[in-house]
Ligand binder design. Structure first.
Ligand code: DOR
Ligand code: ZN
Length: 437
């Protein structure tokens, strides 16, 4: 394995340092002399002016394989992840077949290893076929080679309270957690966008905020009752934040994520009738966006998660009502997060690292990720240029799909390099084509 020397990176809270990596692990953090650097026999990266973050960790990625390889594959999705600065992604279970058996989760993990662009941690389904009727083989997935800890029916809510209770009791036995897509289905039948003034004007049926908030409130109570861990996916309303804040104050074992699009876009975008803005949960009001930003800065919302949801053209380039919900996220998440946290000149990089890497790694139990460089830690980092800007060109994305809501937008912060166990998956802003370890 090649050795790596990163010269003069800005380490959060520590100033400019050199980092020496041997065999995929940090060997030294400090200052390597010019003489030692000149004789160094490995990859040397000049990180002058670049901030080093622990590699980003996504708690919520739809990789679409198996079954919808026309929209994304583990290979293309993890290349998109690497370009976005990620070193690990948690793959959602709503594939075809559903990841509800040890066989499917092991297959997804193996595809991730073979691709080599990011660690892929499969999420297992809570119920067989995501149908909410029968518990999936949670124990078999937990004890499989994929060592699944997080379970979710994402795309669907675990709406039956007895199913949620049993799932919580089950995962508690091995320290697992349930990631809940909070949406009371009886309140969202036929929904197309956020329920509010804009939906009334456009005549589109709405997803009311209370459909999310009611499930979050219920699951906080179930988490407290069972003593198990619940993680709330894509929190999108101000009232959800209030409920989570109160739950945490009481000591409930709950965590929450927010998606970049809910930190930037609002339901006003639906006026365009462009289905690229259709997503579940829907884009909400300006006032929700403001509260979500505050909650992320404060830590009531623990993590940013992309809900990267690639869709093939036939599922997205159609009329609004027929389009599938979801938007791409991996390649733009860091830029949008920085924007939402005050922009590149005001942002606290320590908070960025906490919400995009350290905390999500802890929630998912990915011990080798989310670590700042110290001798002995795995060299999973990303180097970002805080002063650079870039324009989102859909054709340039590594994802197989094109459904980004940011096309043509100029965004702050570029990912210059991503390292997975010391090996560059991205270098000079470009994907490294050789990834074998
Ligand atoms: O917008 C969404 N898309 N929300 C989900 O919960 C699922 C996802 C998908 O799989 O496309
Ligand atoms: Zn979801």
């Amino acid at each position: 394995m090649t050795d790596l020397l990163i010269k003069g990176a800005d380490l959060i809270g520590k100033g400019r340092k050199d980092i020496l990596v041997r065999d995929g692990r940090v060997a030294e953090v400090g200052s390597v002399s010019a003489k030692d650097a000149a004789s160094f026999n490995g990859t040397v990266v000049d990180a002058d002016g670049l901030v080093l973050l622990p590699g980003l960790v996504d708690l919520h990625t739809h990789l679409r394989e198996p079954g919808r390889e026309d929209a994304e594959t583990v290979y293309s999705g993890t290349r998109a992840a690497a370009k976005g600065g990620y070193t690990a992604v948690c793959a959602m279970a709503n594939s075809y077949p559903v990841a509800d058996t040890a066989g499917v989760v092991e297959q997804v993990a193996a595809l991730g290893k073979a691709a080599g662009y990011a660690d892929v941690q499969p999420i297992g389904a809570v119920s067989v076929g995501l149908e909410g009727k029968q518990l999936a083989e949670i124990g078999a997935m937990a004890h499989s080679a994929a060592a699944v800890r997080m379970f979710s029916d994402d795309g669907h809510c675990v709406s039956d309270p007895i199913m949620m209770r049993r799932a919580l009791e089950y995962v508690k036995t091995f320290g697992g957690l349930i990631a809940q897509h909070a949406e009371e289905p009886r309140l969202t039948e036929g929904a197309q966008m956020n329920e509010g003034a804009v939906s009334a004007e456009l005549g589109l049926p709405g997803w009311p905020a209370v459909a999310e908030e009611a499930i979050i409130a219920r699951d906080v109570l179930l988490a407290e009752y069972t003593g198990a861990r619940v993680h709330f996916c894509h929190v999108s309303t101000a009232r959800s934040v209030d409920i989570i804040r109160e739950a945490k104050a009481r000591g409930a074992k709950v965590t929450a994520e927010v998606c970049p699009h809910h930190l930037l876009l609002t339901d006003e975008a639906a006026r365009t009738y462009d289905p690229v803005y259709k997503v579940n949960p829907p884009l909400r009001r300006e006032s929700d966006v403001a509260v979500l930003r505050g909650a992320l800065a404060e830590g009531v919302i623990d993590a940013v998660a992309t809900d990267h949801a690639p869709h093939a053209p036939q599922d997205k380039d159609c009329e609004w009502a027929a389009a599938r919900p979801g938007m791409l996220g991996l390649e733009t998440a860091l830029s949008i997060t920085v924007l939402a946290l005050g922009g590149p000149s005001a942002v606290d990089w320590d908070v960025v690292a906490e919400r995009t890497s350290r905390t999500p790694a802890r929630i998912a139990g990915l011990e080798a990720h989310g670590r700042d460089p110290q001798p002995g830690t795995e060299a999973n980092f990303t180097l970002v240029d805080p002063a650079a800007t870039w324009t989102v060109v859909p054709a340039d994305l590594a994802s197989l799909s094109r459904n980004t809501p940011y096309a043509g937008m100029e965004l702050p912060v570029t990912v210059q390099a991503t390292f997975l166990r010391g090996r560059a998956t991205v270098l000079n802003g470009k994907i490294a084509e050789e990834t074998t370890e």
